[in-house]
Design a protein around this ligand. Structure first.
Ligand code: HEC
Length: 155
């Protein structure tokens, strides 16, 4: 009886060990699965990160780049193009951009540099002002018209 009992206890002990090892193996399998998945996802994560920095570098200008609506109508719409290309910075004075409605500032720039210089600077860019205000479809003449509009609207 005593022998029988102890062999049952032994059985349970063995079963317990077996169960434990199954659980252990199971979890270590799951563990290594997770590692494999993480390993497999890694390139994607890296691509995402790389893509993110690309997107940061590329997306902001892309959003700001706007086609001049001229192309559609065949006629250059100064006011419309100002709204889509220049207003983003010149309405708020972002990064030191002379505000659209700051007549005194524009008068000063016109007096200091002259319209031609302002146009040239708007075309090639100056300090935080990107070339052509990032209006890639704007011709030099279009920019000249925009600069006249932006600097002379008050007069
Ligand atoms: C990303 C912001 C940004 C956009 C978009 C932008 N500007 Fe500017 N602009 C600036 C900043 C900043 C300055 C001030 C540069 C300085 O004098 O240091 C500036 C200055 C200017 C000046 C004065 C240049 C000078 O020599 O004093 C003109 C003219 C001008 N912008 C025209 C335009 C026109 C036209 C557009 C649209 C086609 C435009 N800008 C779009 C930021 C912008």
């Amino acid at each position: 009886m005593a022998v029988f009992k102890s062999s049952i206890v032994l059985r349970f002990a063995q079963l317990g060990a077996l169960a434990a090892s199954v659980v252990f193996m199971g979890s270590s399998a799951a563990q290594s699965n997770n590692e494999q998945i993480a390993e497999r996802l890694k390139p994607i994560g890296e691509v995402c990160l790389a893509g993110q920095s690309c997107a940061r570098a590329g997306a902001a200008p892309m959003a700001a780049v706007s086609a001049a609506p001229a192309a559609a109508s065949g006629e250059f719409d100064v006011e419309q193009t100002y709204q889509t290309s220049c207003n983003v910075c010149h309405a708020s004075g972002m990064a030191g951009a002379p505000k659209f409605d700051d007549n005194a500032e524009w008068a000063k720039r016109l007096a200091d540099k002259g319209l031609d210089m302002l146009v040239a600077n708007a075309i090639s860019g100056i300090n935080a002002m990107p070339p052509r205000g990032m209006c890639m479809t704007c011709s030099d003449d279009n920019i000249a018209a925009l600069v006249e509009y932006i600097s002379g609207h008050g007069q």
